[in-house]
Design a protein around this ligand. Structure first.
Ligand code: NAD
Ligand code: AHE
Ligand code: ZN
Length: 369
């Protein structure tokens, strides 16, 4: 079938809206009509050419929601008409990772996913007869996309897809990192570096966890208003200080924070986020994604003296089993999604959504097909 899509033909170039060909779903695959998608910084990161796994030409996009159109042979858990959120972290329930009970990092389709391919090693997308690669197992920048069955969370059909598409990445990641990765306790002193959708979702998770203090840090002070609305208690612009920001935070907190979160993807900030943690117990969670060749550094003494470095992917959330419940929490008013939505655009204006993100003017833009 034909599908409207925004194709990343080359790194560093704007996406091109073209009509691509989408093949039928094969065994254990599902054809989904995406109704809404938003743009996460990771899409911009991969488009920039910095992603070691970035392959081109590709259909990017991993924060979307839609309806099942057709299922391949052997699909048993979804059927046409079901409302779904595509998952870049699949959940097969059977692999070593899923059975461990220790991680959400399912391995079933991860290897081919990282090469832009479906599990059988081929693509379902093509343009002028040439293959187009998939992305993160989701490719929500095509109106019709094909994904593995295990990469779909089936959700309440009453849920508004133009809102809950945000559970495809940013909001789930931030909230999940607080509860599943850091396991923040009531009264904790915390710091959040970067106040995009991920950092704001971390703040929301910290409010749920009843953190005592939430220090919001960003170079762009326009971000402070929303961070305050979401529940941050202190606001710091590192550019306003002539000493390392970790020293500033340590002084503000009588020795450092209990938990910090890096939500930017900057390895220097990752260091600061670790080093602003309290001696003996402070824990820092890396969420931001850094480019090819980047490495983190600190003095090992920082860890010897009790600070802990962690990382979080998709907030440690197991998408198929846990995302439907998070959607219900939104429906019950327990999770705020609306505050993240700063812009609405037609899908054809997707490059403008990237620009708004780059300029720091948007948190999330909802694109309608
Ligand atoms: P965003 O661009 O909306 O937000 C980033 C924020 O960081 C901006 O407000 C920007 O002003 C601020 N910032 C940039 N440099 C800074 C600095 N040196 N000091 C302080 N603030 C600075 O991005 P986003 O969509 O919220 O994504 C944030 C990061 O999280 C990205 O790296 C993205 O790839 C990553 N991410 C990771 C996961 C995961 O599962 N681990 C999931 C989603 C996104
Ligand atoms: N492909 C990159 C890494 C990208 C990355 O870290 N992705 C995060 C999700 S970002 C969503 O916005 C993630 O979940 N990683 C775990 C995984 O299995 O991909 C690289 O460096 O190669
Ligand atoms: Zn993302």
């Amino acid at each position: 079938m034909k599908s409207k899509a925004a194709v990343a033909f080359k790194p560093g170039e704007p996406l091109q809206i073209v009509e691509i060909d989408v093949a039928e779903p094969k065994a254990k695959e599902v054809l989904v009509k995406i109704l809404y998608t938003s743009v996460c910084h990771t899409d911009a990161f991969t488009l920039s050419g910095d992603d070691p796994e970035g392959v081109f030409p590709a259909v990017l996009g991993h924060e979307g929601a839609g309806v099942v159109v057709a299922v391949g042979e052997g699909v048993t858990t979804v059927q046409p008409g079901d409302h779904v959120i595509p998952l870049y972290t699949a959940e097969c329930g059977e692999c070593k990772f899923c059975r461990s009970g220790k991680t959400n990092l399912c391995s079933a389709v991860r290897e081919t996913q990282g090469k832009g391919l479906m599990p059988d090693g081929t693509t379902r997308f093509s343009y002028n007869g040439e293959p187009i690669y998939h992305y993160m197992g989701t490719s929500t920048f095509s109106e019709y996309t094909v994904v593995p069955e295990i990469s779909l969370a089936k959700i309440d059909p009453e849920a508004p897809l133009d809102k809950v598409c945000l559970f495809g990445c940013g909001v789930t990641t931030g909230i999940g990192a607080v509860h599943n990765t850091a396991k923040v306790e009531e009264g904790s002193v915390t710091a959040v570096f970067g106040l995009g959708a991920i950092g704001l979702a971390v703040i929301q998770g910290l409010v749920q966890a009843k953190a005592g203090r939430i220090i919001a840090i960003d170079l762009n002070e326009d971000k402070f208003e929303l961070a305050k609305k979401m529940g941050a208690t202190d606001f710091v612009n590192p550019a306003k200080f002539d000493k390392p920001i970790q020293e500033v935070i340590v002084e503000m907190t009588d020795g450092g924070v209990d938990y910090s979160f890096e939500c930017i993807g900057n390895v220097e900030v990752m260091r600061a986020a670790l080093e602003c943690c309290h001696k003996g117990w402070g824990e820092s969670t890396i969420i931001g994604v850094a480019g090819a060749g980047k490495e983190i550094h600190t003095r090992p003494f920082q860890l010897v003296t009790g600070r802990v470095w962690r990382g979080s992917a998709f907030g440690g959330v197991k998408g198929r089993t846990e995302l439907p419940g998070m959607v219900n929490d939104y429906m019950n008013g327990e999770i705020d999604l609306d505050s993240f939505i700063t812009h609405h655009l037609d899908f054809k204006e997707i490059n403008e959504a990237f620009e708004l993100l780059h300029k720091g003017e948007s948190i999330r833009t909802i694109l309608t097909y």
